[in-house]
Design a binder for this molecule. Structure first.
Ligand SMILES: Cc1cc2nc3c(=O)[nH]c(=O)nc-3n(C[C@H](O)[C@H](O)[C@H](O)COP(=O)(O)O)c2cc1C
Ligand code: SF4
Length: 356
């Protein structure tokens, strides 16, 4: 099954391996796409993945996750994004753009969040400022406008970034959303902003446009995550990409029979049982055996591999051919691609040395 096709709207993924969003810090110039970005996606596409989701591209200049993040906040962005879309399409793959607002992690800020909060980020306290309803509506519009730009750029769809402590994840979690109006409290209220964004994108971009969401499937609890999954499906969402949400600690315990998987993958497996739209699992699915097991058994529809494909663009082609890919070293404290370039990746260096 891992190497079987899957049709998602107008896109046929030739296999179930997704290259998930990976920001390439410092590849851009003035937040615009450069040939480095295009080349990176072209190489991922050549490596044999079935579907590519771009790195987080930003809906608002003050809400970037990093100063060099790719802009999607104005029409000038369309040209660069279209170069990425074309390079990937030329290799026969579909491409979805992940659209993002930094929330508590916004640079330069202000750090807008659903309700006032002091969060600890990288060991330091950070003050988030609660949003007015007008500000929420403005962000809704920015996501919709960004999706329209992505469509104009030739992207096959968009993925709302509702994970990893960024703005939408803060709405989804009741640890970080203390609002008492229609955007806080019940799961439906906490999911209201992404749901409204999805419905409006569907109206503006049409039925063929793919809409997905990456979110913490255990948004405070697995029950809440499943309830939200059903709401996303009912709102016309085409797939769910299950990671962690407002806090990496916001994870559910994994029962014994699933102990080979971490909380994020376990959550994806549980959500898959409850919805009819495809589910992508991600995080530490780092061997061919694990990828096969998840997809071949039908536990999830797709597996996303970030670091394995960063370590070796050819991971899917090699696994299909029965060749061992270059191993990822699981660098600590974090993947060196965060620091800006493939040249720092020890897996790449080791492979180059071997070849020399
Ligand atoms: C360098 C780097 C950049 C990342 N950038 C993003 C991003 O832009 N958006 C996102 O949702 N996740 C991002 N992630 C998380 C990955 O998509 C993925 O969820 C994570 O690496 C776990 O998967 P893996 O074990 O296959 O690497 C990033 C991860 C890395 C290593
Ligand atoms: S930098 Fe380290 S963690 Fe990241 S892909 Fe390379 S080997 Fe893996």
């Amino acid at each position: 099954m891992l190497f079987s096709e899957y049709k998602l709207k107008g896109v046929t993924a030739k296999n179930r391996i997704v290259f998930p969003p990976v920001v390439c810090m410092n590849f851009t110039e003035n937040n615009r796409v450069t040939e480095k970005n295009v080349e990176h996606y072209r190489n991922v596409a050549k490596g044999g993945a079935g579907l590519i989701i771009t790195e987080a591209i930003c809906v608002e200049p003050t809400a970037r996750l990093h100063p060099t993040q790719i802009a999607a906040w104005d029409d000038e962005s369309i040209e660069g994004l279209s170069k990425i879309a074309k390079a990937v399409h030329d290799e026969g793959l579909g491409i979805i753009a992940q659209i993002h607002h930094g929330g508590i992690q916004s640079v330069p800020g202000p750090k807008k969040v659903p309700s006032d909060i002091t969060a600890t980020l990288y060991g330091k306290p950070v003050d988030g400022i609660g949003m007015t309803k007008e500000e929420i509506k403005k962000v809704e519009q920015q996501f919709v406008d960004t999706a329209i730009r992505c469509k104009k750029a030739g992207m096959d769809g968009v993925e709302l970034h509702g994970a990893h402590t960024y703005l939408l994840s803060y709405f989804l979690s009741d640890n970080t959303n203390k609002r008492t109006d229609e955007y806080g409290g019940s799961v439906e209220n906490r999911a209201r902003l992404p749901l409204d964004i999805m419905k409006r994108i569907r109206k503006e971009c049409g039925d063929d446009f793919i809409i997905g969401i990456r979110y913490g499937g255990a948004m405070t609890s697995l029950e809440d995550g499943i309830a939200a999954a059903k709401m996303f499906e009912a709102a016309g969402c085409d797939y769910l990409h299950v990671s962690y949400g407002a806090s990496p600690r916001e994870q559910v315990p994994v029962p014994e029979e699933y102990s080979e998987w971490n909380s994020m993958v376990y959550t994806a497996i549980m959500i898959k049982k409850e919805v009819n739209i495809p589910v992508i699992a991600v995080n530490n699915i780092d061997t061919a055996e694990r990828a096969h097991k998840l997809v071949d058994s039908g536990m999830v529809d797709f597996v996303a591999l970030a670091r394995p494909i960063l370590a070796d663009y050819e991971w899917p082609n090699k696994v299909k051919a029965g060749i061992e890919p270059n191993p990822c070293f699981h660098c600590k404290p974090a993947c060196r691609w965060f620091m800006g370039a493939l040249v720092n990746c020890p897996a790449r260096k080791a492979a180059a040395k071997k070849q020399a």
